[in-house]
Design a binder for this molecule. Structure first.
Ligand code: THU
Length: 137
């Protein structure tokens, strides 16, 4: 967890640092992610693969788990960083995991090694989504 006066730069730096520690011996595609909460706290994670391939987890999932286990329940913005030319956009499952803690203003920054390349809203990436509000109280 960390706090910084330059939120997006700090978020990218946290995601990039997590990417360095990702465990991706099978795909060799390391991904980092960092989420920022309303209070300014930042939680990061990386993908952690497994010899039983389906048991691997994405970077976004790692970061969201760290956030939730610290007692935080809201994501203001998330930054995801991967290498290569293609935008490293969150997979479908991670879009839904972000949705759980997101609101209409939550932004998703997709970055490469040099910084943020494109910013989306959750609605861009997961339109007409199902969320906690769809369940009976
Ligand atoms: N991956 C992530 O961690 N996040 C993404 O947004 C896209 C994909 C991981 C999953 C797997 O470990 C590797 O990248 C290749 O798909």
């Amino acid at each position: 967890m960390s706090r910084n006066a330059e939120p997006l730069a700090a978020l990218f730096a946290a995601a990039r640092a997590a990417q360095m520690n990702a465990y991706a011996p099978y795909s060799r595609f390391k991904v980092g992610a960092a989420v920022r909460t309303p209070g300014g706290a930042v939680f990061s994670g990386g993908n952690v693969e497994n010899a039983a391939y389906p048991e691997g987890v994405c970077a976004e999932t790692s970061a969201i788990s760290a956030m939730a286990l610290a007692g935080e329940r809201r994501i203001v913005e998330i930054c995801v960083v991967g290498d290569g030319d293609a935008l490293c956009t969150p997979c479908g499952g991670c879009r839904q995991r972000i949705r759980e803690f997101a609101d209409a203003r939550t932004t998703i920054h997709v970055a490469g090694p040099d910084g943020v390349r494109k910013t989306f809203t959750l609605a861009d990436l997961l339109p007409e989504s199902f969320g906690p509000g769809h369940l009976p109280a």
